[in-house]
Design a protein around this ligand. Structure first.
Ligand SMILES: Nc1ncnc2c1ncn2[C@@H]1O[C@H](COP(=O)(O)OP(=O)(O)OP(=O)(O)O)[C@@H](O)[C@H]1O
Ligand SMILES: [Mg+2]
Length: 255
C-alpha cells in the first residue's frame, strides 16, 4: 500500500507508515486542540520534505493572520506559495468578497439574499472546482479543508449532506489526492462525517493535575493496522507538532 507521510513526528509510526494514499481523513476535535496546526504541517512538510505540493482551503480564518500565526513554528508559508509549492485559498473571503463591507451594505445575517449567496457558494461542487484548479496549476497531491463544518451546515438536510460529502471524497480520490478535513466537535452534523471518511484522528485536551494535556488517538484508519493509544502531543516553536507514540496522555510524566 502506498503511504503519504503526515509530516508529524510520531504520528507516522502510529499510522504504520503514513496515511493510506488517496483517502480522506477527518481531524476531529474541540476548539484549540490542534486541528489546523496538524493540517498546515501536513501541507508544509509535504511540500518541503516530500516534494508533494498541497492545497489548504481556509474556510473561515483570515489568510494573513493564519500565515503569521504559523510563522511561529518557523514555517515560511508565503514564499512556499510564491514558488507554487503550496496554495492557501481563503475560501469564504475569495467567494464572498469583503464580509465587513457586505455588512455595511445591510447584508446582515437575516438577509435572505446573503444567506442564499453563501448557500450557493459553500458547496461541494465549488470546493471541488477550486481544488481541481490547484491540481492543474501546482500539481497538488495533498489537500486540507479547514473546516468542513460550515459546508455541512449549508446543505438542505442531513441525507443530502451525507451524499455530497461522499461525492466529494470520491472525486478527490479520483484526482489522486490524499485529503484531511477538519471537523469541529459538538457542532451539528460533525458526527456523521467520520463515518464517511477513510479514517478519523481525534485531537483532545485532557485535564491532568490542573493542566490540560494535549493528546490524539487514531479512532479509525481503513485498510491498515494502527495504534489505538491516546498519545501525548506538543507544539514546539519552532518545529511544530510532535506526537509521542510510546507514551499515554494520562500517564506521561514529561509531556
Ligand atoms: N506558535 C505556537 N507555539 C506553541 N503553541 C501554539 C502556537 N500557536 C498556537 N499554539 C497552540 O495551538 C492552539 C491552536 O491550535 P489550532 O489552531 O490548530 O486549533 P484548532 O483545533 O484548529 O482550533 P479551532 O477549531 O478553534 O480552529 C492554540 O490555542 C495554542 O495553544
Ligand atoms: Mg482551526
Amino acid at each position: 500500500m502506498d503511504r503519504v507521510r503526515s509530516g508529524v513526528d510520531g504520528l507516522d509510526q502510529m499510522l504504520s507508515g503514513g496515511f493510506p494514499k488517496g483517502g480522506t481523513y477527518a481531524l476531529l476535535g474541540f476548539s484549540g486542540t490542534g486541528k489546523s496546526i496538524l493540517g498546515i504541517q501536513y501541507i508544509y512538510k509535504g511540500a518541503v520534505d516530500y516534494d508533494e505540493p498541497g492545497v489548504y482551503i481556509l474556510i473561515e480564518e483570515d489568510k494573513d493572520r493564519f500565515i503569521s500565526n504559523m510563522a511561529g513554528f518557523g514555517w515560511d508559508l508565503k514564499s512556499l506559495e510564491e514558488s507554487e509549492k503550496i496554495s492557501i485559498i481563503p475560501y469564504s473571503k475569495s467567494l464572498l468578497g469583503d464580509i465587513e463591507a457586505s455588512f455595511d451594505k445591510g447584508m446582515n445575517s437575516d438577509n435572505p439574499e446573503r444567506a442564499q449567496r453563501m448557500r450557493e457558494m459553500l458547496t461541494v461542487d465549488s470546493l471541488y472546482r477550486q481544488i481541481a484548479e490547484c491540481v492543474q496549476k501546482i500539481g497538488a497531491k495533498r489537500v486540507v479543508i479547514d473546516s468542513m463544518t460550515i459546508v455541512t451546515m449549508m446543505t438542505e438536510n442531513q441525507i443530502m449532506g451525507r451524499m455530497q460529502i461522499t461525492w466529494l471524497i470520491d472525486k478527490l480520490r479520483g484526482l489522486g489526492l490524499t485529503t484531511l478535513i477538519t471537523l469541529e466537535e459538538g457542532i451539528s452534523y460533525w458526527r456523521d462525517i467520520p463515518f464517511l471518511c477513510d479514517g478519523t484522528i481525534y485531537l483532545m485536551l485532557k485535564e491532568k493535575e490542573g493542566i490540560f494535556a494535549r493528546g490524539l488517538v487514531i479512532e479509525k484508519m481503513r485498510g491498515t493496522d494502527h495504534d489505538t493509544g491516546m498519545r501525548p502531543l506538543k507544539m514546539d516553536s519552532p518545529g511544530g507538532m510532535i506526537v509521542y507514540p510510546d507514551e499515554l496522555v494520562m500517564s506521561s510524566p514529561k509531556h
